[in-house]
Design a protein. Structure first.
Length: 272
């Protein structure tokens, strides 16, 4: 799920159905009932969708990118904070996010209260897993506890599109032509793929998936254990999202899906 968040969190699946933000007209967010074959347009362009109990938390572009809570029953978004947020990620009872005004990393409770700054640096991207937080700054990748304490420098790489896969941090390196880089946390050793520069980056926990800007943003699947990679889709893609065993992505501002093993991509819905 966190890997989806760092691709915008604009495709999301829950008990209420499949949610796809309209990235063409920004008219709202489509909710599709796959069983009934019915699609409705919700009031709000929802980014960074996270689930908690009976609600979905998101940053709503129709409401100034404010942190909102979307009730499952009413489907109506309720603003929780009166300022724009980015990269919203839920971890337990806390929501973590970057403040768009100052680019600092914050957290608050699910009701929007007890907001506190977690990191003082301007943050490019972050991941939160278990009891540690990794965040990318101009000075390198840093780590801290969930409350911001126990900070340390992990690497001097300038990371964007940062995700975590087991004991690895995976990112595009701004200092090295945005090439795909894999950092092994226990050893501090990194490997670079000099033929892949990701537009969008995701993982199913085993393989990496990326839209490779060095090959017309077509989709590659990469095995970080062996270093092998294969192109699984020739479509120009962005916003890669992994939902169960399916890869969702945008191509020419329309949503498609395909099996994680590759094959023919199928249009989900035409956004207009």
């Amino acid at each position: 799920m966190n890997s989806n968040i760092h691709n915008g969190g604009v495709a999301f699946e829950s008990g209420n159905g499949l949610f796809l933000a309209d990235l063409r007209g920004y008219s709202g967010t489509f909710r599709r009932d796959e069983a009934a074959g019915v699609t409705e347009l919700l009031d709000g362009v929802f980014w960074f969708m996270n689930e908690a109990e009976d609600a979905i938390f998101c940053s709503d572009q129709m409401r100034g990118n404010r942190l909102c809570r979307l009730d499952r029953g009413s489907q109506a978004p309720e603003p929780l904070l009166d300022r724009p947020v980015y990269g919203l990620t839920r971890q337990g009872e806390w929501l973590y996010y970057i403040g768009e005004n100052d680019r600092k990393l914050y957290r608050c409770l699910l009701n929007g209260r007890s907001e506190a700054r977690v990191a003082d640096d301007a943050v490019e991207a972050f991941v939160v897993e278990a009891n540690r937080l990794f965040y990318a700054t101009e000075q390198g990748i840093r780590s801290c506890g969930l409350d911001g304490g126990d900070r340390e420098l992990v690497s001097e790489h300038a990371a964007v599109q940062l995700i975590q896969v087991g004991e690895r941090l995976v990112f595009a390196d701004k200092k090295n032509q945005h090439l795909l880089t894999v950092l092994h946390l226990p050893t501090g050793q990194s490997s670079v793929y000099d033929d892949i520069a990701p537009n969008s980056l995701n993982s199913d926990g085993r393989y990496l998936y990326c839209a490779n800007r060095l090959n017309e943003s077509s989709i590659y699947r990469i095995d970080p254990d062996t270093g092998s990679r294969i192109r699984i889709c020739g479509e120009r893609a962005d916003y890669l999202h992994v939902l169960r065993d399916t890869l969702y992505f945008c191509s020419r501002q329309e949503w498609y899906r395909m099996s994680l093993s590759g094959g023919q991509a199928v249009k989900v819905i035409t956004l207009s």
